[in-house]
Design a binder for this molecule. Sequence first.
Ligand SMILES: [Zn+2]
Length: 50
Amino acid sequence: MPHGVKKSDLPQKTCQGCGLPFTWRKKWEKVWAEVRYCSDRCRRAKKSAR
Ligand SMILES: [Zn+2]
C-alpha cells in the first residue's frame, strides 16, 4: 500500500450479503476486484439464503 494514504482514502464496496459498506483490507489486495462480501459469514449466508 502506498504510504501517505489515509484510512479514509481506502477503496470501499457494499457488501452483497448484509448491504453495509466495507473498506479495503490487506488480505484482499490480490482479489479486491472479486470481493463482494465483507466477511466469510456474509458470503455463506448469501449462499443459503432463499
Ligand atoms: Zn456483509
